[in-house]
Design a protein around this ligand. Structure first.
Ligand code: TYD
Ligand code: MG
Length: 473
């Protein structure tokens, strides 16, 4: 008889303890450790079943040079989705799609499934959360009611694997979601981290043996309370996050990990009444409702992977009414804002100690590039001085602690995108392009943060700065 083992597993990070703890020592989460019975580590299964041998088997070692085969890919037909996966689904690969509930994971996967099925491939969609009628309703709403996608509402992994393995293996199987799946090999309750890990492992083994591409859907809550797909991240070939907030209508698909492709590409979608529409030119969307002629906004020419994206950075600098001024930032790194403010004070001659500072990336995009420093600085100086920046100019460049503006990668691509969207002028370091040519006639090189402040202040001169007037009065 198998001995029933009891272990205490953190539902957030998967750490295993032999007694209950109020706080997980590995991830620091409170109340995340839950008692689970059954095999504590299904991962250890195959190793334990191997008969012990005195000597190991000798296998031949290979050289680095040799024949390689490009992984065969099946494009889904949704260009924005394929861009993120690196050109389509690789046979036998497993992709985890994470995202907040209600963001549109089921919607985009139904669209991908239908598109692939239209191309003549066998696609199976297993829903563990919704009844078949609900899935059908969504497909109808998306105008995909007639797509040849095979549906099931099932949660038992052994049954699912047996069904999928019957006949010709499907090109794609969608499991929505991994948190609802359970396997008989693990005794813990469904939804626990051990079940999630065991189920994912069974599905990954199926994908590798039959060559079916499998997509696992995973919910992530902000506080990580649900048995997290975090533990699954290490087991799958690609992790894709679906981002966006429900207040904005566009969604971004971003590869976090990809064994078969790039990780810095994004796919942009817009949520419409008929599902997610692809946005081939995101800059137009992000700049759509721009306020011309107001102080405190600068257009940043950024890069998302290989694609240039123009986005508006908004700043509000206002005298504080509190003892400690507020600094709030949405869509950008707060510590970079602190750094840019410090450089503006130290090398730009601005006094910001008595001002509240708010910074926002319009449209809800999240920027992680240091190249946004210069655009943020320009928006801040513009807001403080009350002088609007020229409406036809983009800004990009990294600000160093010395106040120097450092060149950033892919300057020509940024300038080209800006010119295409009606921004003939640019303020950037080394804006002449890599080979010395000037792609934009109005591109101005800038070397120091003081030059930026002086340039904006010069534009503000006809109208005295409201701040100065107040000080004089
Ligand atoms: P869904 O794909 O069910 O989210 P998830 O699987 O990530 O939990 O999407 C749910 C939201 O999307 C819901 O709030 C309604 C919205 N939606 C649309 O706006 N248009 C549509 O055509 C569809 C199908 C959904
Ligand atoms: Mg869903």
């Amino acid at each position: 008889m198998a001995k029933h083992q009891t272990s205490f597993v953190c539902q957030s990070c998967g750490a295993v303890y032999n007694r209950w703890k109020g706080r997980c020592e590995a991830c620091g989460g409170w109340n995340t450790v839950v008692e689970e019975t059954g095999a504590a580590y299904p991962l250890a299964g195959p190793v334990a079943t191997r008969p012990s041998r005195a000597k190991g088997r000798v296998f031949p070692l290979e050289g680095l040079a040799g024949a390689t085969h490009e992984a065969p890919r099946t494009p889904s037909g949704l260009a924005e989705f394929d861009r993120v996966t690196g050109g389509g689904f690789v046979r036998g690969s497993v992709i985890l799609i994470g995202g907040d509930p209600g963001i549109g994971k089921s919607t985009v996967l139904m669209q991908v499934s239908a598109s692939l099925a239209k191309g003549g491939h066998r696609v199976v969609y297993i829903s563990g959360e919704e009844a078949i009628a609900q899935v059908r309703l969504r497909a109808e709403r998306l105008g995909l009611g007639d797509a040849l996608v095979e549906l099931a509402a099932e949660t038992n992994v052994e049954d699912i694997v047996a069904t999928l393995a019957q006949g010709k293996p499907p090109a794609l199987a969608v499991i929505d979601s991994i948190q609802t799946m359970w396997t008989e090999t693990v005794e813990s309750a469904p939804g626990t981290v051990t079940q999630v890990r065991g189920s994912a492992q069974a599905l990954i083994r199926f994908a590798k043996s039959c060559g079916t591409a499998v997509i696992l859907v995973g919910h992530v809550t902000k506080d990580g309370q649900i048995a997290g797909p975090r533990v699954v991240e290490h087991m799958v070939d690609a992790v894709v996050s679906f981002e966006g907030d429900t207040g904005h209508h566009f969604r971004i698909l971003r590869a976090v990990k990809n064994r078969f492709g790039p990780t810095d590409e994004i796919g942009v979608f817009e949520m419409t009444d008929h599902g997610l529409a692809e946005v081939p030119n995101p800059s137009e969307l992000f700049l759509a409702s721009r306020d011309h002629g107001t102080a405190g906004t600068a257009v940043f020419a950024g890069m998302e992977g290989t694609r240039p994206v123009l986005v508006e950075i908004q700043a509000l600098v206002a005298p504080t009414s509190l003892g400690t001024p507020r600094r709030a930032v949405v869509g950008w790194d707060p510590s970079r804002l602190s750094m840019v403010l410090a450089v503006l004070e130290a090398h730009g001659g601005l006094k910001l100690g008595m001002h509240d500072v708010y910074l926002n990336v319009a449209g809800g995009l999240r920027i992680s590039e240091p190249a946004a420093d210069l655009a943020a600085a320009a928006a801040l100086v513009s807001s403080l001085s009350g002088a609007p920046l020229p409406a036809d100019t983009v800004y990009f460049g990294e600000v160093g602690l010395s106040g120097a503006i450092r060149p950033v990668a892919q300057t020509p691509a940024r300038l080209k995108e800006a010119a295409k969207l009606g921004f003939p002028n640019a303020v950037a370091p080394n804006a002449r392009g890599d080979k010395g040519e000037r792609p934009i006639p109005g591109a101005a090189s800038i070397g120091h943060i003081a030059d930026l402040v002086a340039g904006i202040a010069a534009a503000a001169r006809p109208r005295p700065m409201p701040l100065q007037r107040r000080r004089e009065g």
